[in-house]
Every structure is written in structure tokens, then in C-alpha cells.
Write a protein of this length. Structure first.
Lengths: 336, 460
């Protein structure tokens, strides 16, 4: 692994033109600039991010119980145990499921809303969104303003079997079989119900992201597409989507990482990781319980490392998929 | 308990930083089990030799009981021996104290709340000399406290914690509601079912549970099974014996409860209901007749209890009319564990504060201001200072006498997984008796086979 200092040196070296120019003593202002904007954040990063990570690798190879100063070295025993630990494997599966479903559903909805409020308006006049687009745009962002913990708690009450809003609405629609139905308490519905909450809470941000991206697409493209007879769906799929693909990829990465975490939502909906038969247990919850309730810090750290690896693999997969998709789009400037 | 993401991150960083201290702090560890540090000379009124003018650094869990009752005892110590106690309230005991303990600079006295975990136990000062000392009333502490309290904090022969607060785990009901309906609280499961049937006729349920607290009802099933089958049922479970969960008495208790679930005596949807909401179904809406909980329930539901409810404790009914232990047997568990880290600078002063707390004056002050009994005997009057709940705790403890079940909770800490989730599925009707029992047995077997888990030899 490159140390951050050396890669920074490489960057500044290149910026000065590969050393062909005569050496100049850096001006004091430049030194101050580098100190404030480079050295300071990098050292904070090194002390509070890199160092704990390195510590974590060491800890994961011990049986540290949280309090003694001399834990035993156990080699890869923790990792071996992890892959025969049914509960952890379930958590791993759940987290992967979240990372697959949440970004896909969330971004699809966000994309649809973004198209509606920007390009899917009346077919005459300039390209614009549906009537009242501004309101929808603001409203869709509302849930994102509320902290995840609050969203989780409110939805937890909304799903309440007896007096919850969800069952109240269903009963008002005449669906009496949902009386007292425990959405969060039934093994089959707990995960979908939790996913609805996460999607509800995060979609708004991506609507805003996509709207901004679509605003950056030249209007002539939409005008010519319309002249060529493209309908709203065709415009969205064949024009808008390829033009903002970079943003979709960014969204996939961010949302996937957030979904792999999901700690706050899940802990609010299922406190102390207590979901029906662990149907929604995430790696982060398992890790937290293992460390702070069971005091098996070495083992919990190994979980953290597996989570970090899963995260990296996820990012690599997303980048590869988008590179494949974009291979056909190399007409777009600045890519390939 | 709800954690936010940023707090998780902060705690993990804190844990990692604590781990970072591992490297540099193996030096000068006090010999565990050695004499108390503190520098003074032991005397009859100063059994641990706390030095006059010294200071005790006390980190006290700031939960439902707050911390000022420790200040009260500290004032007694100050008067007697001129030892000053600095009380720091702590809300997240583990996260806040972990770095200090790993770093070799622990507080002198800690209210750890839970029983100390395995890795912490090796770093604690044994408290056997405290139990052998006289309290401020001149009574040997071991004799001044309820039977079983010392055993709760004793690990393989060494007393390592003082559990200060006595908690009754029992059924709770509204005495006024029962009187109104002419019901007598049931002593056998059959009587219980008869009342449940009458309640059903009034559109009421018998029991309720919440998604976080399904495990509370494990205590009732265990109590029923232990009364039915005797002490061995308990000892086999606590000592992780093979097939402990398959004891016929336990299976019988499971089947009895399963039968009540199938008959619709439980408020539906408990698996998806917040536990405080579920508890209010019992204490406020009075949709359910019984709730099983520790005696903190009165304080916890103080703002959500119907007027004139008269919250009253009641032992779990017996499974048959011919149990091995009498119906009056209750689960009295001592909690709120105080520990004295061996590496503390003033362990003598810390023990002195505990000695004061285990005297009648300080214990009475605690009970009177918190409406909860301590392990110190004869400190709560029969009327419980006007609280029906406190009065009934004392009455049940009295009736149970020496048969009370010891340390209800501690032993399942050995399991690698919280059994509460299994109870949720079982009570929610999604799991059969066989499945529940085999999953619980699997947890026990897993713990028994895990060499990294220190095995306890539980006795009764």
C-alpha cells in the first residue's frame, strides 16, 4: 500500500512539470496552503482512519475480550469461525441482499421522479417537467431531511400491529385480514418492510442528484429527440439515462455502501438486533452485538474486516458493470 | 437502547484506540488478589486500611437509579474516615471505561450494572474480605444481605462483584381489576387458563409481549419448569448440561404456554409491537391481565399506568398441582453490580464506600428514594412506604423465604447469541415447541463446546 505522503508527493511532482523546470523554492504561501489543506487532513486521516484500520487487522488475529492488555494471538481462527457461524452467514446474506435491492429500487424510483419533474411535461413548448414539478421535487426531498433514526422510530410505530398507520390504512381499504398483522414481526415480511423504510428515507436525495444532472443535459438534445418523435419513456431510457449514467453509478456506489451498513435503520426498527429469526440482521448489527454485548472484540473485528472486503468487492463489481455498459456509449465525450 | 451510526463509529474508534493502548501497558500491573492499595493502616473501624485524606474515583452507572445514592454513602465515609469520593456518572459503562481499564488506569469503584464479562473478571479485586467485614451497623456483611446475593457475584469461588439492588422477576397484575371481576390470582396453570377464558369473554387477553422484550416470558416458563421439576432443572441449564432444555418439566411448561398462544390468550402482533407499547396494553389500556417483568416495571410504566391500577407481583403458577418446589417460590435476583478493579489506586477506599452502602442507613436511603429494595435485609417496611408494588415485592420475597431462585439472568450470558429472538418467534406463534427447545439446546451445547468460554460451576 502506498503511504499517503508519497502519493501526495507524486501528485505535486507532476504538477510542477516532471522536474524539467529548474527547482524553485516553494513560496511560503504555498507551504501554508499545503500544510492546511494537505498535511493537516492527511494526518487526521492517518491517525483516526488508517491507524485504527491497521490496529483492526492486528486485533482480528487475537481473542481480545475487550479489557485485558495482553490478548492471545489466534491467527486466522476468527475468520475460520466466521464462515461456519450460521448467524454471521445470515447477516452476510442479508447485507448483500440489501446492497442489491436498495440501490436498484431507490435509484429506479428516483430516476422516474427526476424524469417526471424535468422532461416529462407537456409535449408542446420547451422541455419541462409535469405541472407542479417544483412541489414534487421538494416533497420528495422531505424524508431525507429527517434523521434516519427518527425515520426508523416513526415507521416502527406506523408498522405497529394494533394501532399502526399501515394496518389502519389497509383496514380502511377493506382489507380486514391485515388486522393485527405484525409487519416487522413476521419472518417473511420483516425484510421487505424494512426495505420500504430505507427506500422511503433515502430516495429524495437521489431525486435531487438526478434532477441536477438532467438540468446539465443540453436542451437541444431533448428538442431533437422530440422532433424525431420520441415519447416520454423513450426519451428517459434512450436519452436521459445514458446522459446521466455517471451519476447513476455514483448513486449505486453510495447507496450500496449505505445499504451494506443500514445500522441505524435496522437498529431503530429492530432494537438490539432482535428481528424475527434474525430475518433482517445486518453485519453491522452482528458486529455491534458481538463486540459490545458479548465482549468478543477480536471476533467482532474480524467481522468488520469481512465487511470492508465485501464493500470493496461491491465497489469493484459496480465499476466493472458500468464500464461494460458504457462500452457501447463511447460517443459520449470524455469517456472510454 | 438505540445507537446512531456516528456513535457506533465513535465507539469503534474508541475501542480501536483502547486496543492501541494494548502494546504499551503491560507493565506494573498490581498483583491481583493482593492487599488493598490505599496506603492506610487497617483498624477495627477501617478494615481495609483506607488512608485518611485519600480520594476514591467512583464511576457510577447513571441509569434508572441515578447516582446520588452513592454520594449519600460517600458522605458517611467522609465523616468516618475522611476519605473523599468523587462520583462520575457514566451512561455507557463499557464504551466510556474500556480505554481506562485497558490502559491500566481504571476508576477505584465502578457500578458496572451488568455482571462483569469474562475478560474483565481477571482484572478485579476479590471482594471476599468485604463480605467478611462488619458494616456500619456492626453486622457481618455476608449476614446482613439476602441469601444468594453474594453467590450472584461469585465466579468460580471468588467474589468479584457486589450486586446492590434486589429485583423480583414475577408476574404483575392489577389488584383492583381482579377485585372488580371477583378473580383470584391463579396458583396453578389450570386456574390461570380458567381466568384467561373468562377474560376472553370480556374481550380481554391474558398476556402481552413486545418485540424487544419477548425474553421476559422465558423467566415465567423457566420458573414454572423449575418449580415443577426441582433445582436440577435450573442447575442443568446453568451448567450447560446436555439435554438440559429437554427436561420433561421444561417441555411441559413450553407446551402449556404454546397451548395458551394457540387459544388466543395473547395480544396479537406482539412480535411487531414496541415493548413499551405492549406494556401499556397491560398497564394503561388493560387489554391484557398479566405481564412478566422485573420489579422495575412500576417505575418504567409510571406515566402509562391506569388510575387505581394497584400493580401487584405474583409468582408464576405451578404447572401441575404437585410441584417439586412450592408455588410461593419466586425469582429474586440481585443486580446493579459494583466492581473494584485491582489496578485502582485506592481499592481500600472503594471497598470502604461499598461497606457504607451495605449498611442500613445508606440502603434504606436507596430504597426509600428509588422505591426498590437493596440486598441489605430489613430495610423496607411492610407497607413499602405506600407503594403497592414495593410492598408486594417484600411480601413475595418473605413468602418465598429461602427457596427463592438465585441469579435468574447470569447464566445465559454464556450463550453466543441472545436467546430473546427465539422467544419472540415462539411467542409470536411462528415456532413450534420442538424447534424452540432444540434451538435453545443448540445454543447451550455450542457454549459448552466452546473452549473460549469460561465455565461456571453454578450451585443452589
Amino acid at each position: 500500500m502506498n503511504c499517503p505522503g508519497s502519493s501526495a508527493a507524486v501528485v505535486s511532482h507532476r504538477a510542477r512539470g516532471g522536474g524539467r523546470r529548474p527547482r524553485r523554492r516553494p513560496r511560503p504561501g504555498r507551504i501554508a496552503f499545503m500544510a492546511v489543506f494537505l498535511v493537516l487532513p492527511l494526518s487526521v486521516f492517518a491517525v483516526f482512519e488508517v491507524w485504527p484500520y491497521l490496529q483492526a487487522f492486528r486485533l482480528a488475529l487475537t481473542d481480545w475480550g475487550g479489557f485485558s492488555a495482553d490478548p492471545n494471538f489466534v491467527g486466522l481462527e476468527n475468520f475460520r469461525k466466521l464462515f461456519s457461524d450460521g448467524l454471521f452467514l445470515k447477516a452476510l446474506r442479508n447485507s448483500c441482499l440489501l446492497a442489491l435491492v436498495i440501490p436498484t429500487v431507490c435509484l429506479s424510483i428516483a430516476f422516474a421522479i427526476a424524469c417526471l419533474v424535468t422532461t416529462a411535461g407537456p409535449a408542446v413548448g420547451r422541455t419541462r417537467g409535469v405541472r407542479g414539478a417544483g412541489i414534487y421535487r421538494v416533497v420528495s426531498f422531505f424524508p431525507y431531511v429527517v434523521p434516519a433514526i427518527i425515520i426508523g422510530l416513526i415507521w416502527g410505530l406506523a408498522y405497529s400491529p394494533q394501532m399502526g398507520l399501515v394496518n389502519g390504512l389497509l383496514r380502511a381499504l377493506g382489507l380486514d385480514s391485515f388486522e393485527n398483522f405484525p409487519w416487522l414481526g413476521s419472518e417473511s415480511t420483516a425484510m421487505p418492510a424494512a426495505m420500504v423504510v430505507i427506500v422511503w428515507g433515502t430516495t429524495g436525495f437521489y431525486v435531487v442528484l438526478f434532477v441536477a444532472a438532467i438540468k446539465g443535459v443540453p436542451a437541444e438534445i431533448y428538442d431533437s429527440a422530440r422532433v424525431d418523435g420520441a415519447g416520454r419513456l423513450r426519451t428517459a431510457v434512450a436519452i436521459t439515462l445514458p446522459m446521466i449514467l455517471e451519476n447513476v453509478r455514483t448513486g449505486y456506489i453510495y447507496l450500496g455502501l449505505a445499504a451494506l451498513d443500514s445500522f441505524v435503520f435496522m437498529e431503530a426498527l429492530f432494537p438490539q438486533a432482535r428481528s424475527p429469526n434474525y430475518a433482517t440482521l445486518t453485519i453491522t448489527q452482528d458486529l455491534f452485538q458481538t463486540a459490545f454485548e458479548k465482549f468478543r472484540f477480536g471476533y467482532a473485528t474480524a467481522m468488520g474486516i469481512v465487511l470492508a472486503l465485501v464493500t470493496l468487492v461491491y465497489a469493484v463489481i459496480i465499476f466493472s458493470v458500468f464500464r461494460l455498459v458504457r462500452g457501447r456509449e463511447d460517443w459520449k465525450e470524455g469517456t472510454s | 437502547m438505540i445507537q446512531t451510526r456516528s456513535r457506533l463509529a465513535a465507539m469503534l474508534v474508541a475501542a480501536a484506540l483502547a486496543a492501541g493502548l494494548l502494546a504499551g501497558c503491560a507493565e506494573d500491573k498490581e498483583p491481583a488478589g493482593g492487599a488493598s492499595s490505599g496506603g492506610g493502616v487497617a483498624a477495627a473501624d477501617n478494615p481495609f486500611g483506607a488512608a485518611a485524606g485519600s480520594t476514591v474515583d467512583a464511576a457510577i452507572f447513571d441509569g434508572g437509579y441515578s447516582t446520588d445514592y452513592v454520594d449519600f454513602a460517600a458522605a458517611m465515609v467522609k465523616d468516618k474516615l475522611d476519605v473523599t469520593t468523587v462520583v462520575s456518572p457514566v451512561t455507557d459503562v463499557v464504551q466510556e471505561l474500556q480505554p481506562r481499564i485497558v490502559g491500566g488506569d481504571p476508576p477505584d469503584l465502578v457500578d458496572w450494572n451488568q455482571l462483569p464479562p469474562q475478560d474483565l473478571r481477571s482484572q478485579l479485586a476479590p471482594l471476599d474480605d468485604l463480605y467478611a467485614a462488619l458494616n456500619y451497623d456492626g453486622v457481618k456483611i455476608e449476614d446482613a444481605i439476602v441469601a444468594g446475593a453474594k453467590a450472584t457475584g461469585t465466579f468460580n469461588g471468588q467474589a468479584l462483584s457486589v450486586p446492590y439492588v434486589l429485583t423480583l422477576f414475577s408476574l404483575w397484575y392489577s389488584a383492583s381489576l381482579f377485585e372488580e371481576n371477583g378473580w383470584t390470582p391463579p396458583e396453578t396453570w389450570d386456574d390461570m387458563m380458567a381466568i384467561c377464558e373468562e377474560a376472553k369473554a370480556q374481550d380481554k387477553y391474558c398476556f402481552t409481549f413486545g418485540k424487544e422484550a419477548a425474553g421476559y416470558w422465558a423467566w415465567m416458563v423457566l420458573e414454572m419448569a423449575i418449580k415443577e421439576g426441582g433445582k436440577d432443572v435450573y442447575l442443568n441449564l446453568a451448567n450447560l448440561k446436555p439435554d438440559a432444555w429437554r427436561d420433561p418439566a421444561l417441555v411441559g411448561a413450553f407446551e402449556a404456554v404454546k397451548d395458551s398462544i394457540d387459544k388466543g390468550y395473547w395480544v396479537p402482533g406482539g412480535q411487531g409491537t414496541q415493548f413499551t407499547v405492549a406494556q401499556a396494553q397491560w398497564s394503561q389500556q388493560q387489554e391484557a391481565l398479566f405481564y412478566f417483568s422485573g420489579s422495575w416495571i412500576e417505575a418504567e410504566m409510571a406515566d402509562a399506568t391506569a388510575e387505581g391500577f394497584e400493580m401487584t407481583a405474583w409468582p408464576a403458577p405451578t404447572l401441575t398441582s404437585n410441584p417439586a418446589l412450592p408455588f410461593e417460590t419466586v425469582q429474586l435476583s440481585a443486580g446493579e453490580n459494583y466492581i473494584v478493579p485491582a489496578a485502582g489506586k485506592n481499592t481500600a477506599g472503594a471497598k470502604e464506600v461499598l461497606r457504607a452502602m451495605l449498611s442500613k442507613e445508606a440502603a434504606t436511603n436507596f430504597s426509600k428514594t428509588r422505591m426498590a429494595p437493596t440486598i441489605v435485609k430489613d430495610t423496607v417496611p411492610a407497607d413499602g412506604w405506600g407503594s403497592t408494588a414495593l410492598a408486594s415485592i417484600m411480601a413475595r420475597a418473605e413468602a418465598s423465604g429461602d427457596t427463592a431462585l438465585p441469579y435468574t439472568l447470569g447464566w445465559s450470558d454464556q450463550y453466543n447469541m441472545d436467546p430473546s429472538v427465539i422467544w419472540g418467534s415462539f411467542l409470536g406463534g411462528e415456532m413450534s415447541v420442538e424447534d424452540a427447545i432444540s434451538q435453545l439446546q443448540a445454543l447451550s451445547d455450542e457454549a459448552a463446546a466452546d473452549p473460549s468460554i469460561e465455565k461456571m460451576a453454578y450451585e443452589w
